[in-house]
Every structure is written in C-alpha cells, then in structure tokens.
Design a protein around this ligand. Structure first.
Ligand code: SAH
Ligand code: SF4
Length: 379
C-alpha cells in the first residue's frame, strides 16, 4: 500500500519512503521522469537517511522542486529513544494514526552484529495465549513506509552511511508486534528494500521473517523472496499447540512443517528454518515435550531457539526456573539438538521507557521478549 498525505496545493503527496525499487521506478515514470532517478533517490533516502529533496544535490533544481510538489519522505516520529547499559537501543515510534510501535536494536556480544527487531502490525489478531500483543487485539496493519521507517530511523541514528562496512543495522528480524504474513502486501515491499542495494543491502540470510504459521502465505513468500524463516512452534503436539497458538486449529503442525519443507526446497540448499520455542512453566517444559519436539523435527533442517516465557500481568503463565530451562536444553542436547537459550537484555531502558512513555507502557513487556528472541545466529 502506498501512503499519501494532502499537499498544500490540494493534491496528494506520495510518501517515497516505503516504495520498493519497482514502485519507485513506476512513480518516476508517472511524473514523466526517467527510471534511473529511482536509484538516485533511493540512495538518498536509505543510504543517507535524507528526507529533504532540496539536499538531493545530484538532482536538477527543477526536479527537486517538482518532487517537493508531489512527494515527501515521511518517517515515523521518534517519541522515545534510549540506550541500555548493555548497548541495546530502543525507539518508541509514533505512526500515522497516533499509535505507537517499538523498535529495538541489539548488538551481539562480539560487536559485529546489530540486529533490529521490526514490527509489522499494531496489535495482532491471532491471540496466542502467552503473548501480550495478542491480548491487545488487532488495531491495524503498518504501511510499508512505517515498516521500513523503523529501519530508516535506526540506520539514521548511525549518521550518514555511504560507508557500508560500518552499518548501524546488520540484521533485521520481523519479530516485533504483529504477524508479518497477515500484512503480506506491506511487509514484502519493505523486506525488498532491506535487501536492495539501493536500500539497506542486507543479505537474505540476515533478514528473518517470524511467523506463527500462516501456511498459504509461507508458500507465497517462498515464491517471491527467500529470506530466512523463523516459525513459532512452542508445542510439538496439536492439542497443546491449539491452546497456545489458536491458528493451529486452522493449520496444524503437520501442515505447517510441510510448508517449511516446501519453503526450504525453494531456497538454496544450506538454509534452515529457525524453530522458536517459548518455554512456559509446567506447560511445555517437561521431558516428554523435549522428546516429542526432537521426534517431530527429525526430518526438518532446522535450529531450535528456546525463549523463556516473559510474564506479563494476568497472563496466567509462569516462566520456568533457570534450572528447568537448562534441563530442557540438556534433554534436547541428548536428543541431538543444540538449542540456544535467548537471554534477556536491555532491561534498564525498558523500565525507563515504561516511565517516560506512559501511554505505551502496556507494550513495553514486549521489549523483553524481543530481546530474548532475536539473537539469531544469522551470520
Ligand atoms: N507474530 C510472529 C512474530 C512476532 S512474535 C510470531 O508469532 O512468530 C515474536 C516471537 O516472540 C514469537 O516466537 C512469539 O511466539 C514470541 N513471544 C510472544 N510472546 C512471548 C512471551 N510472553 N514470552 C516469550 N516469547 C513470546
Ligand atoms: Fe500475534 Fe505472534 Fe503474538 Fe501470536 S505470538 S499473538 S502471532 S504477535
């Protein structure tokens, strides 16, 4: 979806921020310009973080003036920005209707990787029983400009970045708020911009989409892009998964794993699916669950990420003890799987954010689980 606002002359301004290369080329053709202008303007927007046509000095003055009449580069407003003592950075962004989304940039301990966790919707309709976003219900899809706008804000914070050797964002995971495959038409152009050399130039291994299992859209995604895929499994039998992830009643585990195999068959051979498994005390953290999980995944090239449940008010679930989490990890190890436990980071800015931005307080819990779930081994 292309977003527009009303221009002073009564027309509408096209927001160029969210346009993929094809869409940008079509835009320039539509205003009687050559296609190559698209890559010039994309570099200004995404490489330099520029939102002012006047500063785009390799365009003629006449074209700059024309662009100012018909277009704009409008990113989300930064409501809060903070850096935690461990280097995790967080932004609370205001999007078009006054809703807020959070974006978190997590540096890896070795300093080489900086992973940005990006949201795709405000709220979520899928109502997973252990997820605070699900509990808020669905408010709306983010536009492509609002999705890529999160990468744009985080990248801009690193200053001008013609220098690709020192990028502020090296990896993106679509693991923020919302189910990305239920906002396919906006998520795909935004991901194309993440991959495009005139956009953020990230390799497809460094861009990960996380889904709770919208099977037909996994197939569709595989036909269009081959980014890394993470699947939120959380249970190895349908009875339990129906309870945790209600979408399982529509697309059960077998159907989902078959879709994963089809996805891998379309990608290059070395790729794997990341299986996300949120460990919930006494619900899915027992030996029998580890055994079922190991058996279930036997045929699928995959790696498992264990995410200790992050409690929130009235969730009705508890986080397993550290010992239990490690026992579960050990059981998986004995069954042939190395499954990293995703650790919590950036807590001090979460608290700060909760205090500073009272209106988004109910969403700040999500920050913790972002942090836990996104340190994927995507190098
Ligand atoms: N909707 C997508 C992507 C966003 S959720 C999905 O479900 O995959 C990102 C990850 O955080 C998912 O694996 C999700 O199951 C997990 N998650 C949600 N709530 C959590 C919580 N309270 N504690 C730990 N992980 C949680
Ligand atoms: Fe939506 Fe993902 Fe939360 Fe489920 S876990 S409610 S799919 S955001």
């Amino acid at each position: 979806m292309t977003s527009t606002t009303r221009a002073p002359n009564g027309g509408t301004l096209t927001n160029l921020l969210g346009l993929s290369r094809e869409q940008m080329e079509a835009f320039f053709l539509s205003i009687g310009e050559k296609k190559f202008r698209a890559s010039q303007v994309m570099k200004w927007i995404h490489h330099d973080g520029c939102d002012d046509f006047e500063a785009m000095t390799n365009l003629s003055k006449a074209l700059r003036a024309r662009l100012a009449e018909v277009a704009e580069v409008r990113g989300p407003g930064v409501v809060y920005e903070g850096t935690s003592s461990d280097g995790t950075r967080k932004w609370v962004l205001e999007v078009e209707d006054g809703s807020y989304v959070e974006t978190v940039l997590i540096p890896a301990e070795n300093g080489h990787r900086r992973t940005l966790c990006v949201s795709s919707q405000v709220g979520c309709s899928l109502d997973c029983s252990f997820c605070s976003t699900g509990k808020q219900g669905f408010q709306r899809n983010l536009t492509a400009a609002e999705i890529i706008g999160q990468v744009w804000v985080a990248s801009r914070s690193g200053g001008p970045r013609r220098d690709t050797a020192n990028r502020p964002v090296t990896n993106v995971v679509m693991m923020g708020m919302g189910e990305p495959l239920l906002n396919y038409d906006n998520v795909v152009p935004a991901m194309k911009l993440m991959l495009d050399d005139n956009g953020y130039g990230l390799s497809k291994r460094r861009v990960t989409l996380s889904t709770s299992g919208v099977v037909p859209m996994i197939d569709k995604l595989g036909d269009e892009l081959d980014v890394s895929l993470a699947v939120s499994l959380h249970a190895a039998n349908d009875e339990l998964r129906n309870e945790l992830v209600p979408l399982n009643r529509k697309y059960n585990i077998r159907t989902l794993l078959d879709a994963c195999q089809r996805y891998l068959a379309k990608c290059d051979a070395a790729r794997m699916i990341t299986i996300e498994y949120t460990l919930i005390k006494d619900v899915n953290d027992q030996r029998q669950h580890a055994e079922q999980l190991a058996e279930l995944l036997r045929e699928l090239p995959c790696k498992i990420n264990l995410i200790p449940f992050n409690p929130f008010l009235h969730s009705g679930y508890e986080k397993p003890s550290r010992n239990q989490t490690m026992r579960f990890q050990q059981w998986l190890y004995e069954l042939g799987y190395t499954a990293p436990i995703r650790s919590t980071r950036g807590d001090d800015i979460d608290a700060a954010c909760g205090q500073l931005v009272g209106r988004v307080k109910d969403r700040t819990r999500r920050h913790e689980r972002y942090i836990q779930s996104i340190q994927l081994d995507a190098d």
